[in-house]
Design a protein around this ligand. Sequence first.
Ligand SMILES: [Zn+2]
Length: 239
Amino acid sequence: MILGETTMTEFKKAVRKAQTLILPLGTVEAHGTHLPLNTDTLVIREVVRKAAERNDKVFMAPPLQYGVCTSTGDHPGTIGISADALRLIVTDIVKSGHRCGFRNFLLISGHGGSLHVAALREASESLAATLEDTKMAALSIYETLGNDARDIVETSNDSHAGEAETSLVMFLAPRLVKGRAKEEYPHFPRPYILKEKVKYWKGAVWGDPGKATREKGEALFNLMVDKVEVLVKGFDKVR
Ligand SMILES: [Zn+2]
């Protein structure tokens, strides 16, 4: 079920059966010279849409299109929000969803940034502790893929706008892929917080877009949809 496409009357009836609200989270973030700024939102929105359309016990909330972007914060086009803002907005959405009747909340991100995901987890911990009868899960979709993705993606160190994401956009929205950026593997001198991030990561690519294909994108997409279905079923098993 798609929340934004449901009327008040339809919702009232459907929510009696639906326990779970999935909130897809994306970014407006530089993804090389070849992928759109909304790559993370596009991918996770379509994955969750497919999973939610198949299951009348699940609603997909309209995606949150802004996230916490650190390494790409100075690249052209990136518009990020703070971790404080992300915690607040996610908290408000879940509290409001709880008043509507949802009890399980899956916050699933198409962006794997560590501060971004940490903010989602932190908000989820306090929501689970304070909201009655509520189960929370917060993660990046890429955390769920593990060995299954290794059968599809050849690049071992693929992370951002590389083989995986390029393949996914080639499958989901081919008109938005503008050629291919060059292979790139940045080296950040950790643990230092860099002021001139673009100097260390010129192309905003981490991986090899040249290895991307539409077929790999379709396989990754189907794998991601399966993983979301497993996550939804998992709510029944945890306390
Ligand atoms: Zn991305």
